[in-house]
Design a protein around this ligand. Structure first.
Ligand code: NDP
Ligand code: 8X3
Length: 256
């Protein structure tokens, strides 16, 4: 087992959902956390909770991963004791809208591509060189079942997650001569703020995504992240697809 006590973990999108649940799971294991997202108030609250509950040491950064200069500044400007990042959880991401491609919003497309693809790239470009220099580290990308299958009206969101899949494979190839590990965790339907963001706060639409079935939770994904992060050094969990029990594929879901 890899011991992650006192390891330094950078989590993007730590203010909600999978990122927040993973932060709690890493804190429980004694890791030190760099928490990044745009909603700094949430990060500060989380940091205080993790300190109180687990004695966790955290460093909080307000960061929009779409801003390449800000990402570079944030990573290069980390205080000395936070500079050696052992685990990068590339989790920040979102979907916007659910439309036929020829009826889609260009602004929604840009937001998804800029966050899910370019944001992940900017953070990876800033963090991985340090891992290579130390010949040690683990990159855990959050992909999706949408990176393996395309569902109706999912066009651009699915394209961004297919891109994450390609980037994960590319990273693993490019890092094969180092001890840096690369994992992707690819969940299906999970109830977080994801659908509220997709449907811009329309509660009924967001709730309807999970009607009649029991979706995954942030904690389920955090379990998978911790599993991957704690494998022995000779093992890499390359890819893990996690589906809710009543979800057979992107579009086949059994609902009561
Ligand atoms: P949430 O909406 O609950 O969380 C998304 C997180 O991403 C938030 O912390 C948000 O923080 C952060 N984020 C979004 N945009 C940016 C940005 N520009 N810069 C920095 N942080 C950003 O959703 P989930 O937890 O469900 O989503 C996490 C990841 O999991 C995403 O990549 C999503 O695509 C993926 N996923 C989700 C599934 C699901 O069904 N829920 C299934 C499969 C994959 P803030 O707004 O504070 O910046
Ligand atoms: C999120 C899973 O199927 O709702 O990546 O798009 S799905």
């Amino acid at each position: 087992m890899t011991n992650i006590r006192n390891k330094t973990v950078l989590i993007t999108g730590a203010s909600s959902g999978f990122g927040l649940a993973s932060a709690a799971a890493f804190a429980k294991k004694g890791a030190r956390l760099i928490l990044a997202a745009r909603r700094i108030d949430r990060l500060k609250k989380l940091s205080a909770e993790l300190k109180k509950k687990y004695g966790c040491s955290t460093h909080v950064i307000q960061l929009d991963v779409r801003n390449s200069a800000a990402v570079k500044r944030a990573v290069n400007g980390l205080p000395r004791k936070w500079q050696a990042i052992d685990i990068l959880l590339n989790n920040a991401g979102l979907s916007r809208g659910l439309d036929k491609l020829h009826e889609g919003s260009l602004q929604d497309w840009e937001e998804m591509i800029d966050t899910n693809v370019k944001g992940l790239l900017y953070v990876s470009r800033a963090v991985i060189p340090g891992m290579v220099e130390r010949n040690s580290g683990h990159i855990i990308n959050i992909g999706s079942i949408a990176g393996h299958e395309v569902y109706p009206k999912g066009n651009v969101y699915c394209a961004t997650k297919h891109a994450v899949d390609a980037l994960t494979k590319g990273m693993r190839i490019d890092l094969v001569d180092t001890d840096v590990r690369v994992t992707t965790i690819d969940p299906g339907l999970a109830e977080t703020e994801f659908s509220m963001v997709r449907f811009r706060g329309d509660v009924n639409k967001a709730k309807s995504v999970y009607t009649g079935m029991e979706p995954l939770t942030g904690g389920d994904i955090a379990d998978a992240v911790i599993y991957a992060a704690t494998r022995p050094k000779n093992v890499v969990v390359a890819e893990m697809i996690l589906l809710a029990n009543k979800q057979a594929s992107s579009s086949v879901v059994h609902r009561k």
